[in-house]
Design a binder for this molecule. Structure first.
Ligand code: ASP
Length: 329
C-alpha cells in the first residue's frame, strides 16, 4: 500500500465552534483529522506531521516556504508516494503556488482544506481529505506542480483562486478550469497546466514586496509610501488589461525611479495583462518604465513570485527573466 504524508497547518478544516469565543477556533489535531475519515485507510498508509494549527491569514510567505521544504524532505523518502497539506482556504492558493514554485519533488503534492468547521452541518473536511489523499496516491498526479484538491475538483496551483467567501465550491480556475476530477472509482486528469515553473530558494525570504490594488480616482499617495518605506518590490493590481489612473502612473514612475521593480497585474479575475492602449495611464503608456508583467497570475501570486525571484537576485535584468514567460502567457 502507498504511503502519503499529511502535513497539517490549520484552517477551518481543523476548527470547531467555541461558545465562549462565539465562533470557530482551532481545535482539531492532525491525528484527529485523519481518524475522522476511516475510508482513508483503504487508499493509503498515512503519516501525519503537524506543522502548525493556524488560520491561513496567519501564514506568511516564509512559513509557506518552510512547508514546501518540509514537503520536499518527506517526498525525498523512498517509502513516501505523495504529500497532502491541509490548510485554511483564505490563503490556500498562495501556499499552493509557493509549493508549486519551490518544491523540487516530482511526486504528487496536494493541498486541501474545508469551508465548514468540524462542528458544522455538512463538514466538507473529510471528503476533501479523502479526495486529496486519492490524488496524492495517484502516480499520474506527479510532475504537475502542486495541485489544489477541493470539492472533488483538481486545480493547478498557478491557476486557481478562491471565488466565493463561504461556498464549498469556492475554488475555481477562471482561465482554464480544473485539470482533473476525483471520482468514486478513480482520479481523472484531462489536461496539464502550462505554468509549472520552479524557483529554488534556500534560506529566508528577506525582500518586502507590497501589493497595491488600483481603484477609480486613486492617487500616488500609497505608491510614495511604498517607495519611502522602502519596499524591495511592488505589485500593482491595475484595472482592465493593465491600466491605471494618471496620478497612479506618476506614483509608479516615482517607485521605478527609485530602482524598485514593479510587476503589473490585473484586478480582473481572468485574462492577461496586455499593452493594447496608449492613452495616459495605460500599460502601453508606461512601456518606458520597465515594468514586469504578471500575465495571468493574480496580484497575490505575482507577489510571491517576485519575493522568490528577489531571493535569487536584485539585478533588474535577471529579475526580468523570471517574468518573461508570464508576460507572454
Ligand atoms: N479563515 C479560514 C482560514 O483560512 C478559512 C478556511 O479555512 O476556510 O484559515
Amino acid at each position: 500500500m502507498k504511503k502519503v504524508v499529511v502535513i497539517t497547518t490549520g484552517g477551518t478544516i481543523a476548527m470547531k465552534y467555541d461558545a465562549a469565543a462565539g465562533g470557530l477556533v482551532p481545535a482539531v489535531s492532525g491525528a484527529d483529522l485523519l481518524q475522522a475519515v476511516p475510508a482513508l485507510r483503504q487508499i493509503a498508509e498515512l503519516e501525519v506531521k503537524e506543522y502548525a494549527n493556524v488560520p491561513s491569514g496567519h501564514m506568511t510567505p516564509q512559513m509557506m516556504l518552510e512547508v514546501a521544504a518540509l514537503a520536499d524532505a518527506y517526498a525525498a523518502r523512498q517509502d513516501v508516494s505523495g504529500i497532502v497539506v491541509t490548510h485554511g482556504t483564505d490563503t490556500m492558493e498562495e501556499t499552493a503556488y509557493m509549493l508549486s514554485l519551490a518544491c523540487r519533488t516530482v511526486k504528487p503534492v496536494c493541498i486541501t482544506g474545508a469551508m465548514r468547521g468540524a462542528s458544522d452541518m455538512g463538514y466538507d473536511g473529510p471528503a476533501n481529505i479523502l479526495a486529496a489523499v486519492k490524488v496524492a496516491a495517484c502516480s499520474e498526479a506527479g510532475g504537475r506542480g502542486a495541485l489544489l484538491v477541493f470539492n472533488d475538483e483538481i486545480h493547478a496551483a498557478a491557476e486557481v483562486t478562491k471565488s466565493h467567501t463561504v461556498s464549498c465550491s469556492t475554488f475555481a480556475s477562471p482561465h482554464w478550469g480544473p485539470v482533473g476530477y476525483v471520482y468514486e472509482d478513480g482520479v481523472v486528469f484531462r489536461r496539464r497546466s502550462e505554468n509549472l515553473e520552479k524557483i529554488t530558494v534556500q534560506g529566508k525570504l528577506a525582500a518586502e514586496v507590497a501589493l497595491l490594488k488600483v481603484y477609480a480616482g486613486m492617487d500616488d499617495f500609497f505608491f510614495r509610501c511604498a517607495a519611502e518605506k522602502p519596499v524591495q518590490g511592488l505589485v500593482v493590481e491595475a484595472v482592465g488589461c493593465g491600466n491605471v489612473p494618471p496620478e497612479v502612473m506618476e506614483g509608479i514612475r516615482y517607485v521605478r525611479a527609485k530602482g524598485i521593480p514593479v510587476v503589473l497585474a490585473s484586478r480582473v479575475h481572468a485574462g492577461r495583462v496586455v499593452p493594447i492602449y496608449s492613452y495616459l495611464g495605460s500599460a502601453g503608456s508606461m512601456k518606458d518604465f520597465g515594468l514586469l508583467y504578471a500575465g495571468e497570475l493574480t496580484g497575490q501570486k505575482a507577489r510571491l513570485k517576485l519575493m522568490l525571484a528577489l531571493a535569487q537576485t536584485a539585478d533588474f535584468n535577471e529579475l526580468k527573466q523570471y517574468f518573461i514567460e508570464e508576460a507572454a502567457r
